[in-house]
Write a protein that binds this ligand. Structure first.
Ligand code: ADP
Length: 484
């Protein structure tokens, strides 16, 4: 397929290593999930090329870290501005390789760019501390210094933003970066590198290595002693593998892993607001985000009214090719993704749930799936324990606050949770009781560059965004001055 781009040079298919565009040993194909058509053939880098990228990042590290925060900030700011100027083209590339509706893809570009902007500003504010001495002749200073080379592994669901959230704070802190984008969506990452080069990021500071050898490249990044930190977004399963592999060289880790977000609607909630929030929290990106609502608990007094309104809202969604006008919901990323949604529905129906809308693939073929609402879901069903990662809203009825908190926390995950309520003391109680890194109260949208994003339990380690996000890329050094 030919993409309609104002600047066709943004569709780069070579890898970017040490400030040079390079070919790999082979190439691999990237397809549009909406049509199955070939979008581009991309350089496929191997483990040896990964090691060369790490060497380049390592060699570039000294000069990059030695620059002032203001100098690094100016480059990051230019990078942000170029992303904004080219947002239409970046969105077109993103929709072509990932499938989300074009307007949503454009929203992702602005969201991704906001992290570059935020951390450009933070680059100038990496303050240490002066601690009064513990002995009369001593003074203590705490310096914050960049961790060093960062290895990054990211998924396909936000091909731009997942990298932007990591590379923004890393570069601001003075770290250098080797990015391995998901093999389904390498083009957005390469387009970011094109703009990074134009913004003046020095050679070796930001490297992008597309590769089909996920485990080989992952192992190299985790075991190479020159890499000082791994930052990963993806499944808990792979997160555990990376943590084990990185143990050999005691790397710092940031892990944004799976979620299984509860979304709770109490009797005293504003019904329309709760439905609107559930639509965003559940169906954004076609249910393919790690903070998507997975289990929707609705109190008995409001259950039927909520179920009816949600069904009506879901029926307004328009499934189709993300490039078509008016489409709200694109295809799922793969056949396996569809199979998982189908399995969750089949299991729930088996155990007594009922479909109120959707329940099947659409008749357009491919990986399009009708947005679905299930009523009568109970905690023994698969959908209450596993992340569906698809357009399936599962409604569970509950009676008391204690019961719903128990069900909500009955998970090894703890990324996001949401609830709708108006009683002030309940709002405090429930916000404190939910075991998750993020809680949306009377809102279905919690992600922003100004707030810390991340999970507890098996949902991960570390935070992205906000003033806290840069700390994950900094080491503390205690300088103890004696003999004063
Ligand atoms: P998802 O279901 O979102 O694709 P994964 O955890 O499977 O989640 O994948 C996230 C990223 O991790 C992708 O870029 C994928 O290619 C990569 N990946 C998968 N397996 C490994 C592995 N063993 N080592 C390193 N990276 C991996």
């Amino acid at each position: 397929m030919t993409l309609s781009l104002k600047d066709p040079s943004l569709l780069e298919t070579r890898a970017y290593v040490n400030g040079t565009w390079v070919e790999g040993e082979a190439r691999f194909d990237v397809f549009d999930p909406a049509t199955g058509q070939l979008v581009a053939s991309v350089a496929d880098l191997d483990v040896a090329a990964t090691a060369r990228a790490v060497d380049a990042a390592h060699a570039a590290g000294h000069n990059w870290a030695a620059m002032t925060g203001k100098e690094r900030a100016a480059i990051l700011r230019r990078w942000h501005d170029l992303m904004i100027e080219n947002a239409d083209d970046l969105a077109t590339i993103l929709t072509a390789e990932m499938g989300k509706p074009w307007a949503e893809a454009r929203g992702e570009i602005l969201y991704g760019a906001s992290f570059i902007e935020w951390f450009a500003e933070e680059a100038k504010r990496i303050y240490g501390d002066v601690i009064p001495g513990h002995q009369r002749d001593k003074r203590i200073m705490v310096l914050k210094q960049p961790v060093g080379v960062v290895g990054s592994i990211t998924p396909w669901n936000f091909p731009n933003a997942m990298i932007a959230r990591k590379v923004g704070p890393a570069l601001a802190a003075g770290c250098t970066f080797v990015a391995r984008p998901a093999e389904l969506t390498p083009l957005s990452a390469l387009a970011m590198a094109v703009l990074g080069e134009r913004a003046g990021i020095p050679a070796g500071v930001f490297n992008v290595i597309p590769s089909t050898d996920a485990s080989g490249v992952g192992k190299e990044l985790c075991s190479n002693p020159k890499v000082r930190k791994i930052t990963f977004t993806g499944s808990t399963r792979v997160g555990k593998i990376l943590m084990e592999q990185a143990a050999g060289t005691i790397k710092k880790m940031s892990l944004e892993l799976g979620g299984n977000a509860p979304f709770i609607v109490f009797d005293d909630a504003d019904l329309d607001a709760a439905v609107e929030g559930a639509m965003i929290a559940k169906f954004r990106n076609n249910g393919q985000t790690c903070v998507c609502a997975n289990r929707i608990y609705v109190q008995s007094g409001i259950y039927d009214a909520f179920a009816k309104k949600l069904k009506e809202a879901v029926r307004q969604l328009h499934v189709g090719n993300g490039f078509d006008e008016g489409v709200t919901t694109g295809p799922l990323i793969s056949e396996a993704a569809v199979t998982k949604v189908e399995a969750h529905i089949a299991d729930a129906l088996d155990k007594g749930a009922e479909v109120t809308t959707g329940g099947n693939r659409t008749n357009t073929g491919g990986t399009f799936f009708a947005p679905t609402v299930l009523k009568g879901v109970t905690r023994d069903m698969l959908v209450c324990h596993e992340e569906t990662f698809g357009p399936l809203a599962a409604l569970v009825r509950f009676d008391t606050e204690a019961e719903v908190i128990d069900m909500a926390n009955d998970s090894e995950f703890g990324l996001a949770s949401y609830f709708y309520a108006n009683d002030l003391s309940r709002v405090w109680r429930v916000a404190e009781a939910l075991e998750s890194g993020m809680v949306g109260v009377n809102t279905g949208l919690i992600s922003t560059e100004v707030a810390p994003f991340g999970g507890i339990k098996q949902s991960g380690l570390g935070r992205e965004g906000s003033k806290y996000g840069i700390e994950d890329f900094l080491e503390l050094k205690n300088v103890c001055l004696g003999g004063i």
